[in-house]
Design a protein around this ligand. Structure first.
Ligand code: 4AD
Ligand code: MG
Length: 456
């Protein structure tokens, strides 16, 4: 059985072709019905012509019905398509009620979120999730071709990688009246005998494997219980985290830049129709923006330079700008969209606003961190060189009020063949927003989880 994508790729007419899928539109004129049929394999629907001689179903199948059609593929007189399928036999495999919600051609993305069980059949979401797949495959291919080993890091964890404490607890203790000891919940009675959570990042475990396999990556779901109500934050999202031994921040940056250019190029090649669709309906100029990215080089700026530029900017920001404060998304967007006008690495952030594991620079005030900011999305990658010097790491743990005992194995890695190493994390959905032009992270995740919302 051919998928519609393959049928549309045929270059000559062919008899006895079978197609099956869902009716996108059905329009009857005189005694002929024209059906646009889709099976998700491609953006373009197959035009099916149902005339009086067609056997099978007596009624015109409604929008949303699942049908199987047998007929001849012949040159089409209509514009925009080379061939059409003239149906000899039509079978309704799955009829549709007339309250099918996707009757109209266009619906708001907000409305479509409320029908996540049918949303994948809408054209925009067909394109989104085909691109999601293609991007995922491109990521695995990129690392595989370069000899990186994929590591499946745990989803349930006993450590808090980012040290930020915004984690979802995993417990089997009863919500009401849990066992108590000294006025606190007694987690020694919990399933794992200690507190456990959903991971916020696979990085720390990734470092273990980098110090054995040299170059590794993780690509899995991560969870953050931060109460961020923005279009770019989800409580459950996927992160790609490469980690390289014998690598410093400059090497880290080179991998990140090559990586982004490569995977965007792969999507342009593989999903041309979908990208053109986004270009027309979602973000005008998208294709040009992506093509420019593939052939441009990224800028690098220090945090200190960025703050100076922001302070001199002829623009009033909602949040204050001052050396030592974290940059807000409005600042990041201004830097990449107005100032640099292309992707830019911000490096060397103040020590106290970044994670404990980042390598302290010689100035003692900054760390070897890098954030990649891109137009349209803002921060898409966060990474760093890791602190490999045990005394400095211990100083960092103390500074961040983290217990040495909790990081005993992380410290061990610095004593047993530790080497300079570095890595980064790409927010997979942020990358998808970047390549599709979609404005809301909820619209690039099949079943989004955000504060107050975990439907479906
Ligand atoms: O900058 P982050 O927090 O870095 C880390 O987690 C490091 N452990 C990565 C590493 O060095 N291995 O997160 C990395 C990226 C961000 O740049 C952003 O793209 C994405 O993950 N991200 C989110 N995406 C969607 N929703 C959220 N709530 C996100 N938080 C971070
Ligand atoms: Mg970050």
């Amino acid at each position: 059985m051919m998928r519609i994508r393959d049928i549309l790729h045929l270059t000559q007419q062919q008899t006895d072709v079978v197609a099956q899928g869902w009716v996108q539109t059905a329009r009857t004129a005189k005694n002929v019905t024209f059906i646009e049929l889709t099976d998700g394999s491609t953006l373009r629907p197959l035009q099916v012509v149902v005339g009086e001689n067609c056997t099978g179903s007596a009624d015109t199948p409604g929008t949303g019905a699942a049908i199987r059609v047998r007929g001849d593929l012949v040159p089409s007189p209509a514009a925009g398509q080379a061939f059409e399928l003239v149906a000899a036999e039509l079978e309704v495999v799955g009829p549709v009620g007339d309250d099918y919600p996707l009757q109209k051609k266009r619906h708001s993305f907000e409305f479509l979120r409320t029908i996540a069980h049918l949303r994948p059949r809408a054209r925009t979401f067909g394109a989104v999730f085909r691109v999601r797949h293609a991007l995922s495959m491109a990521i695995h291919r990129f690392f595989d071709e370069r000899g990186f080993i994929q590591v499946h890091t745990p989803i349930i964890t006993g450590s808090d990688c980012e040290g930020a404490g915004q984690m979802f607890r995993v417990t089997t203790l009863p919500a009401s009246m849990p066992p108590m000891a000294d006025g606190e919940v007694d987690f020694s009675k919990d399933f794992f005998g200690k507190p456990a959570s959903l991971t916020v990042s696979g990085q720390l475990e990734g470092e273990i494997f980098a110090l054995a396999f040299s170059n590794i990556y993780t690509f899995g779901p991560t969870f953050r219980a931060e109460n961020s109500h923005t279009a770019r934050h989800a409580s459950e999202f996927w992160m790609v985290e490469p980690e390289m031994a014998f690598c410093d921040l400059a090497g880290d940056r080179r991998v990140a830049e090559e990586f982004i250019r490569d995977i965007v190029g792969a999507v342009l090649t593989r999903c041309g129709d979908d990208i053109d669709f986004f270009d027309e309906w979602v973000e005008k100029g998208l294709r040009r923006r992506l093509e420019a990215l593939v052939s441009s080089s990224f800028e690098t700026m220090t945090y200190t330079e960025a703050v100076a530029a922001l302070e001199n900017a002829k623009k009033s920001f909602e949040f204050p700008v001052k050396w030592g404060l974290d940059l807000q998304s409005e600042h990041e967007r201004w830097i990449t969209e107005e100032l640099v006008k292309r992707p830019v690495f911000l490096i060397d952030y103040p020590r106290d606003i970044k994670a404990f594991y980042m390598r302290v620079n010689d100035d003692g005030r900054t760390v070897a961190a890098m954030d990649l900011l891109v137009p349209h999305v803002g921060e898409i990658i966060g990474g760093s060189q890791r602190e490999e010097r045990l005394p400095v790491l211990d100083e960092q743990l103390e500074r961040f009020h983290l217990k040495k005992e909790d990081y005993w194995w992380y410290r061990d890695l610095r004593r047993f063949g530790g080497v300079p190493h570095a890595g980064f994390g790409l927010g997979f959905e942020r990358a998808l927003m970047y390549v599709t032009g979609m404005q809301n992270i909820r619209d690039v995740i099949p079943f989004p989880r955000t504060p107050g919302s975990a439907d479906f």
